[in-house]
Design a protein around this ligand. Structure first.
Ligand SMILES: Cc1cc2nc3c(=O)[nH]c(=O)nc-3n(C[C@H](O)[C@H](O)[C@H](O)COP(=O)(O)OP(=O)(O)OC[C@H]3O[C@@H](n4cnc5c(N)ncnc54)[C@H](O)[C@@H]3O)c2cc1C
Length: 471
């Protein structure tokens, strides 16, 4: 009897969610380590092709996580281990929706998992938002992290003040990168163009605007406390004057953050090269400027403690103007629709039930979703492991119950041939390893973990070069 052929799955997106999904599908002989114990998810051989629109894998671990947080990037070792498992293939520089269609993937594979993240922005919806000098934090982060699509972004650091709108960890990442001495960044994997621009930066003050009160900040305490350790930077807290008779019950995490903020508020003012101003209960009302940003009108919000403790709308009375040439909107990433895939445009996600994609409430056979494309832009890297596990469980259950349409699935060699016809510059696993090796060698020469290539042509050339190991 001929053994059953492996289940063949395409994963769109080589970020954490896609790589965790691949890891679950290709679990080691003992199973997958989940919820503190080894669990066996897979009962048949599986082959996984992970496709990414970039020549490089790992998604926001490479292009989102701050360069001065190298410990957060160590997770890529787990992804590398997955990539070494039998049955895994990586195909980079191939975009679903451009080089291959959704229908192609459904035809070629038994099942497709969408794990393409959230690569758009939530808009502020105020006048002046589209002026040069007004950018999303997503674009700025991609710029300093060497994302090839954003390497050429014009970032004007010639003004003394920058304003960051938003109160999450991304807002704090951006404030930290803008204020910390550039010497502490040169040994990281930050993009070279960002080091040059930051070295010449005239920014002396970064104002971080929070719409709500200090106890509503979405940032976490380690990130907040880290600000206080930046050399030469004073942290100033504004609009944290809460009524003394408020009776809001605060959880332990919030009390920690308030205590950190309190320490900032009470520390003596000192001479500092730069400052970060954490201004609460403040909303941007209008971005000023004719040809580029020159200022930002900010409205003071009311604290509505009678209701659910949320801040009210911007008061018309108390408006101030901040002179600035750079406004960075850190109010959230947002999902992008892909042609042919159901999309909830209100929430920016693919609708699903247990990871199975829904089209107007009806299940689409063979189609699955995980990560930020499924949950929206929230959660840390590790959150995607459980999310991917849940999706993979649904997929495997469908495979076992015979719900997947396995007729017409192509064999791996034919799929690769088709992909190469559509994208002759395809970066496969070996090509990525050559590019990876090249970047690491370049970085080692100057004491950095890697020196990122940011130009697609240079990346492709390095991916084709023969590996010359330096040791
Ligand atoms: C600025 C920032 C900093 C962060 N810092 C931390 C941190 O320090 N620690 C932490 O735990 N978490 C951090 N996170 C959260 C973490 O990065 C996310 O939880 C995680 O990356 C989400 O994984 P994902 O795979 O869903 O999406 P992504 O990481 O965005 O991966 C999606 C992948 O899909 C690819 N793709 C998109 N469209 C297509 C297409 N059409 N065809 C093919 N491929 C496509 C993209 O190129 C990308 O590689 C941070 C997030 C941000 C935004």
């Amino acid at each position: 009897m001929t053994p059953a052929r492996p289940l063949r799955v395409a994963v769109v997106g080589a970020g954490p969610a896609g790589m965790y999904a691949a890891g679950h599908l290709l679990e080691g002989p003992g199973g997958t380590y989940l919820d503190g114990r080894l669990q066996q998810l897979v009962r048949r051989p599986v082959e996984v092709d992970v496709l990414d629109r970039l020549p490089t894998p790992w998604g926001l671990v490479r292009h989102g996580v701050a360069p001065d947080h190298p410990e957060k990037k160590l997770v890529q070792r787990i992804f590398e281990e997955t990539a070494n498992r039998p049955g895994f293939r990586f195909f980079g520089d191939i975009e679903v929706g451009t080089h291959v269609s959704h229908q192609d993937l459904l035809d070629w594979y038994d099942a497709v998992i969408y794990a393409h993240g959230a690569s758009g922005d939530r808009p502020l919806g105020i006048p002046g938002e589209d002026l040069p000098g007004s950018l999303s934090a997503r674009e700025f982060v991609a710029w300093y992290n060497g994302h090839p699509d954003y390497a050429g972004l014009p970032i004007d650091l010639s003004h003394e003040r920058a304003v960051v709108v938003g109160n999450g960890n991304v807002a704090l990442d951006v404030a930290r990168i803008l204020t910390q001495p550039v010497e502490s960044l040169v040994s990281t994997d930050i993009a070279d163009h960002a080091v040059s621009a930051l070295a010449a930066s005239k920014v002396r003050e970064v104002v971080v605007l929070g719409r709500r009160a200090n106890f509503h900040g979405a940032f976490s305490n380690p990130e907040l406390a880290e600000l206080g350790r930046i050399e030469g930077v004073q942290i100033v807290v504004e609009n944290d004057d809460l009524p003394s008779d408020h009776d809001i019950v605060l959880d332990r995490a919030t009390r920690r953050k308030l205590s950190t903020l309190d320490a900032y508020s009470t520390q003596p003012r000192r001479e500092s090269e730069r400052r970060i101003v954490l201004r609460f209960l403040s909303s941007p009302v209008e971005i000023l400027g004719k040809d580029a940003v020159t200022g930002l009108v900010v409205g003071r919000n009311n604290l509505d403690l009678d209701g659910d403790g949320r801040a009210g709308v911007a008061s018309g009375q108390e408006r101030t103007v901040l002179d600035t040439g750079l406004v960075l909107r850190a109010i959230g990433y947002f999902g992008n629709p892909l042609a042919g895939i159901p999309f909830d445009s209100e929430r920016g996600v693919i609708p699903h039930r247990d990871g199975r994609v829904l089209d107007q409430g009806t299940l689409v056979p063979g189609l699955y979703v995980t990560g930020w494309a499924k949950r929206g832009p929230q959660g840390i890297i590790g959150s995607n492991k459980k999310c991917a596990r849940d999706t993979v469980r649904s997929l495997l259950a469908d495979a076992d119950s015979g719900t997947l349409s396995t007729q017409g699935t192509l064999n791996p060699d034919v799929v690769e041939r088709r992909l190469r016809e559509r994208q002759p510059h395809l970066v496969d696993q070996n090509a990525w390893l050559r590019l990876d090796d090249h970047e690491r060698r370049l970085g080692r020469a100057s004491g950095r973990p890697r020196s990122k290539l940011v130009d697609r042509r240079a990346m492709l050339m390095a991916s084709r070069a023969t590996i010359r190991r330096s040791n």
